[in-house]
Design a protein around this ligand. Sequence first.
Ligand SMILES: CC(=O)N[C@H]1[C@@H](OP(=O)(O)OP(=O)(O)OC[C@H]2O[C@@H](n3ccc(=O)[nH]c3=O)[C@H](O)[C@@H]2O)O[C@H](CO)[C@@H](O)[C@@H]1O
Length: 373
Amino acid sequence: MRIIITGGGTGGHIYPALAIAKGLQNKIREAEILYVGTKKGLEAEIVPKAGLPFQTISVEGLSRPFSYRTLASVFKACKGCWEGWHILRAFRPHVVIGTGGYVCGPLVFAAATLGIPTLLHEQNAVPGLTNRILARLVDGICVTFEDSLKYFPAKEKVHLTGLPVRQEIMGMERLTGIKALGLSANKTTIVVTGGSRGARSLNLAMSRAYGKLLQRDQVQFYHITGPGGYEEMLSFLAQENISLDGRENLRIVPYLYEMEYALAAADIIVGRAGASFLSEIMLRGLPSVLVPYPYAAANHQEYNARSLEKKGAAKMVLDQELEQGKLFTALEEIINNVSLRAEMAEAAKGMGKINALDEITQLIVGISKPEQR
Ligand SMILES: CC(=O)N[C@H]1[C@@H](OP(=O)(O)OP(=O)(O)OC[C@H]2O[C@@H](n3ccc(=O)[nH]c3=O)[C@H](O)[C@@H]2O)O[C@H](CO)[C@@H](O)[C@@H]1O
C-alpha cells in the first residue's frame, strides 16, 4: 500500500505525521511511504533524519492584508498544486494524509480532485484555516480536542481520536533519559522548552529566574532554547552573571532531536502550549507550567493550556504576566509541594489518549481504496 503523508512548517505538524508514518509501517508490512513537505519548513531537516523518503513542493502562507504579495503566494499555491499533481501521478498513492501547515493545501486538494482518498489530522482546539477549507473535500478528519468538533459541519466524517505521539516517547524509562542527557538521577529535573521554534519571552523570563532557582541543590534544568534563540539565551544569562562553565545543574541546548530523552528525564515541564507537545506531556503524566504563545492563530494555545489547567494538570501563566515574576512563583510551588506535583502528574496522565495512533491507522486503512491495494 502506497501512502503520502504531508504536513509541515513547525514540529507540531511534523511529529504527528511521523508518528502516523511509523504506526502504518508497523501495521502494514508492505506500506510504502512518501513524505511531502517544503524546502523551507522544519520538515526538510527532521523527516530525512527519521529515515523517510522526502520530496518538496513550493508553497507559502497567504500574505494578508491583500497586496501584490498575496498574488505572489496565490501563484505559488497554484504552482504547488501542479507539483503536487506530478508527485501524485508518479507515486500513485492509495491514500493521502495531511497533518496541517500550508504544504497540506495544494497536495490534499490535488489528491481529492484526482479521487484519491484523503484524511486530515487537526491538532488544535481551534482548527487552522487550511484544514477548515480542506475539510469540505476530504474523506475523513481526525481531531484532538472535543472543542474543535463544532468547526467541522460534516459530522459523519469527523473522528475524535486524539493526537498520535511518537512511540519512542511513550515507553522510555526515566533513567535512560537521564543518562543520555548526562544529568543526575538524584535531582528533580525541570525541562524548559518553547516548542519547535523556541520562545524568546520564555527564555528571557527563565534567565531572570535562574539566579534564584539555581541556588537550590536538589533541582537541575535542561533548557531547550529553540534553534534561533541559543546565542541570545547565552547573552541573557551573561547579563544575569550566570556562567555555564563547570555548572552541572543548568544545561542549555538549541534543539533536541531525541525529545524522548528529555521527556523521560523530566519531573516538571515549563513550556509553551502547542498541541503536540501537550499530548506528549499528558501521555507521560508530567506536571507543567504552561505559557501559551499569545499570537497563535485564534489564540489556540491559550485554549489548549486551559484544557489542562481546568483538570489540574498544569498551571498557566500568560505571556504578559512573565514580567511580574509569575512563572517563578508557579514553578516554585510545584518544586516545593511534592503532593501537588503528584496530583498534577496523575491529572495529566488521565487526559492522555493512548489509543490515538491505533484509531487513526485503522481509519486510514478503512478509507484507502482496497481494490487498488
Ligand atoms: C507558534 C505556533 O503557532 N505553534 C504551533 C505549532 O507549535 P510547535 O511546532 O512548537 O508544536 P508543539 O509545541 O505542539 O510541539 C513541538 C514538537 O516538537 C518537538 N520538539 C520540540 C523541541 C525540541 O527541541 N525537540 C523536539 O523534538 C516536541 O517534542 C513536539 O513534538 O504547532 C502546534 C500543533 O499544530 C500548535 O499547537 C502550536 O500552537
